[in-house]
Design a protein around this ligand. Sequence first.
Ligand SMILES: [Zn+2]
Length: 278
Amino acid sequence: MTAPAPRSLVIGDYTVTAFSDGLFETTIDVTVGVDKAMTQKISGKALDEPVFLSVNAFLVEGRGVRALVDAGTGDTMGSALGKLPDNLRAAGVGLDSITHILLTHIHPDHSNGLVDGVGQPWFPRAEIVVQETEIRFWYDRDLSQAAHDRQLRNMINAKKSLAPYEKRTTRIGDGEFLPGVHALMSPGHTPGHNTWTIEGGADSLIIWGDTIHMAFMQLERPEIAFVFDTDPAQAVASRLRLLDRVAADRTRVAGMHLDFPGYGVVRKRDGRYTIDAE
Ligand SMILES: [Zn+2]
């Protein structure tokens, strides 16, 4: 299968280009706190049926920066993933030309790809930019503080992938980080899950990370949360708040797990959300 071609949007002085890391195989059985029969009904899928989710990253170029929003899975999640470095290079983007990695959050499919199979940084010149709340939770804490096995594995991965960048990591709070590039936390999926808004002229795009994992269920039922959510109730509240905001102001969205290239416009009709692909 050939890699999907990168797709660009122009937002003022910035060009945003979607790159694929590959496809993540899962099932609808990873929901928590909801009726499994309901999830089967609205998805039309059996609990054990494979579901393939896009894993996307976005390159933001302009004003002297070449920033990558998230870094994919690296070689940690199988051969259907980890394609981001090759896809960047195939588009003529040298990995040493990346100036910043703007993380939405620290999870294996977003940050394991910061390093290669032997722990060397893929992006030798990039500055890592991450919410303080997020890096404290996954990187600073002692492993003995992990609440369960999955969290422990993610903490171990976070330490591996972020340690080589420790001297060039910038910890942020909400606000404008680069001209027209704004961070805003949308917590719940992880404690410091972050959205990046790119603004230029009258235009804007919100790269919303993992606000939606399975659009085919969560647009109809945004209260569906997943075992990957650190705080499912908070994740649901953040999702609803963001869906309402972007449906009201028509800000275009870019999602890490919306079907590649991951761009869309959210609409709300009769209390139901839809996303029209852009
Ligand atoms: Zn994810």
